[in-house]
Write a protein that binds this ligand. Structure first.
Ligand SMILES: [Zn+2]
Length: 417
């Protein structure tokens, strides 16, 4: 059975890697062949220069992602079949033979640390070579390292309690430990969502109340018209890190707030900002956020139930290069290989997300203005150097947002009405 599982694991790793590689090559080829001409529908709004910049930006990002994927696949093989995890486990067992939970936590942290160190050069290159070259990076090197340190500390502060809770429940809560862990995990997630806007986000960015009174009046009128209560309108200093613009809602219940990137406010006029906000309100009105959270609960319930069963199967460990079964290894192996098994769900998740985007656009067209939303979308796709000509299959597989041309085409009927 262990051999069969090894075979399934390797076959899956190879087939997903090949699929991802194939999709990436398609994307690069498609974007590059369409590089010489702005699509007709955008010819008046987007210059050839901007179009070519988007093509080259998209190519650079995709080819970096392919390299990162290759390195990650090698790392996964080294850790599992290459004996890396077994070596970590044996090494920590020699240091701490009697402390199961602490040792388990250290084994997991060591593996996650190795994986983070492998990803780090890619992040660095993305920020300081690619984004820099295309004029999006606003971060200094010092800021990059300070951010990394802050992310690590927040990760430890949030991750350590849940990790210890998991190992403790696995050890002492009996057969249904996975169910209790699911309860703890769900509550923990809700808690993080609730404290994120007020306690976590401000560690990284400055949030100031929106000062522009004309805009404020317009937005408040829209919020009222749509029956939406928020705890304030904020501007976030996104420009300190990147030139990309955005707007979002964050938190829920009483901590709900509207956040605009300062970069967005700079580039869009009042009408366009109103339309973008109406799109975001559409997400709320269609309960996309709540549905997403519910889906996450269902997926984590099924995942943990599966883990509860897998943890008792010797072939699960042996098939992945670990000789001795243990709670922490079950947890770690599951974290490492589940993305591989979930990869087939990517296109379905992406399609669901795109459906939500259309619903939100539709809402914005009805409650604000399709014309202004169209203008805003053109500006946002242009200023973020998002390609207007993605490969259709690549886009179907990955894109959480529909390509600009399709979104704008769907808004067209509202323009003539
Ligand atoms: Zn959206």
């Amino acid at each position: 059975m262990a051999h069969t599982f090894t075979f399934i694991f390797v076959a899956l790793l190879i087939s997903t890697s090949l699929t991802r590689f194939w999709l990436a090559t398609r994307q690069i080829r498609h974007v590059q062949t369409k590089r010489e001409q702005v699509p007709e529908a955008f010819a008046e709004k987007i210059s050839l220069d901007a179009h070519q910049k988007a093509a080259d930006y998209s190519t650079a990002k995709t080819s970096l992602a392919v390299k990162e994927m290759g390195v990650e696949a090698l790392l996964l093989l080294t850790l599992t079949l290459g004996g890396g995890l077994q070596w970590l486990d044996t090494s920590w067992a020699a240091v701490l033979p009697n402390h199961d939970i602490i040792r388990g936590a250290l084994v997991i942290c060591s593996a996650l640390l190795i994986s983070a160190m492998i990803d780090l050069p890619f992040d660095y290159y993305h920020t300081f070579t690619i984004d820099e070259k295309f004029g999006f990076n606003k971060m200094s090197r010092k800021m990059f390292w300070v951010d990394l340190l802050k992310h690590t500390l927040v990760g430890i502060a949030l991750g350590a309690p849940i990790l210890f809770a998991a190992l403790w429940l696995m050890q002492g809560a009996g057969e249904y430990w996975w169910f209790y862990l699911w309860l703890v995990w769900s509550i923990f997630n809700l808690l993080v969502l609730a404290i994120y806007p007020t306690f976590i986000a401000p560690l990284f960015n400055k949030f100031t109340p929106l000062a522009d009174n004309t805009l404020k009046t317009r937005i408040e009128a829209l919020l009222q018209k749509c029956g939406f209560k928020s705890q304030g309108l904020f501007v976030m200093d996104g420009s300190t890190r990147s030139g990309h613009g955005n707007a979002y809602f964050t938190g829920f219940g009483n901590s709900k707030r509207v956040v605009f990137f300062d970069t967005l406010l700079e580039r869009l006029d009042t009408d366009e900002i109103e339309a973008v906000l109406a799109h975001e309100l559409g997400h709320f009105k269609h309960k996309h956020v709540i549905k997403r959270i519910a889906l996450m609960f269902i997926v984590s319930f099924l995942g943990l139930a599966l883990l509860g069963w897998l943890a008792q199967q010797d072939w699960f460990y042996q098939g992945l290069g670990v000789t001795e079964s243990s709670n922490h290894m079950a947890l770690l192996l599951f974290m490492l290989i589940s993305p591989l098994f979930l990869f087939v769900l990517r296109p379905f998740m992406a399609s669901y997300s795109r459906k939500n985007e259309f619903e939100a656009d539709d809402y914005a067209a009805k409650h604000a203005s399709a014309k202004h939303l169209t203008h805003a979308l053109v500006k946002l796709y242009r200023d973020n150097a998002s390609t207007l000509t993605p490969d259709p299959i690549h886009s179907r597989f990955y894109d959480s947002h529909p390509p600009a041309s399709i979104r704008i085409a769907k808004l067209a009927p509202y323009l003539t009405a």
